[in-house]
Design a protein around this ligand. Structure first.
Ligand SMILES: [Zn+2]
Length: 252
């Protein structure tokens, strides 16, 4: 049976809601990713991640529906400098995703998982989570493709990856190698800043980029990409199982 939400009839959707099905909403974006990766990189990763979670949940006997991937989102001006970014205002995007999640809640779904596959969306999806919880007492979940921990264990680039480097390029070599221009790899934008500032300060404000990436794709391998994805799917199913079984309500 298809795990895509949109492949089902309205009556079937209602049945899924009665079964306390988990709904997965992959969220990517379309923006430049250097000279070697397609602009849809984040959306391709989000879609693949959603598909694999759908397959794995079905295998584990967890009723699941996967929505089509949100492929256009918010990117900061420094990224929009390069072509390939049909940008959505951050407030419009937050409102758009809130409306989708709100509709799912009104359909009776209580376990909604957003897949965040774009750094600039962290605050957007967190805002959606808080807003929905506050209005409906429904607690949604947000996870990324890095949750499995394989990248931290296996990476060869000591500086790691922020955008278009070893992590993302490895995932793309695993998911869609035909879209990766390996002949255009460059390490001119390898991360060279004090890593202690990563996180507390937006990377885009710490280091200039010549080619639109922050990282070094020359370290990337398809094997690493597969390990990242496999571990992320395994961890996602673990979280989803716990989340679905958890019923204790808040103090509201
Ligand atoms: Zn990306």
């Amino acid at each position: 049976m298809s795990y895509y939400y949109g492949d089902h009839t309205s009556a079937e959707i209602a049945e899924y809601a009665k079964k306390n099905a988990v709904v997965v909403l992959p969220v990517g974006t379309t923006e430049e990713h250097g000279q070697h990766l397609p602009v849809e990189c984040d959306a391709i990763i989000a879609r693949h991640y959603g598909d694999k979670i759908g397959e794995a949940c079905e295998k584990a006997g967890i009723p699941v529906l996967v929505l089509r991937t949100i492929s256009y989102g918010f990117s900061m001006g420094v990224v929009r400098h390069w072509p390939g970014c049909p940008n959505v205002d951050i407030h419009v995007l937050t409102s758009y995703i809130t409306c989708i999640v709100e509709s799912l809640v009104k359909e009776g779904f209580k376990k909604i998982v957003m897949l965040n596959c774009h750094g600039n969306h962290d605050c957007v999806l967190r805002t959606v989570m808080r807003d929905i919880a506050d209005k409906y007492d429904v607690f949604t979940m947000t996870i990324g493709a890095g949750i499995g921990g394989a990248y931290e264990k296996m990476k060869r680039d000591p500086a790691g990856d922020i955008h278009g480097g070893e992590y993302e390029t490895s995932l793309m070599l695993h998911i869609a190698p035909e879209l990766v221009h390996t002949d255009l790899y460059t390490n001119v934008d390898a991360i060279r800043i004090d890593k202690r500032l990563l996180g507390p300060v937006s990377t885009w404000g710490l280091q200039n980029t010549k080619t639109g990436i922050f990282g070094d794709p020359t370290y990337a391998t398809a094997e690493l990409g597969k390990a990242i994805m496999d571990s992320a799917v395994e961890k996602a199913v673990e979280y989803i199982t716990l989340y679905r079984d958890h019923n204790e309500q808040s103090n509201a």
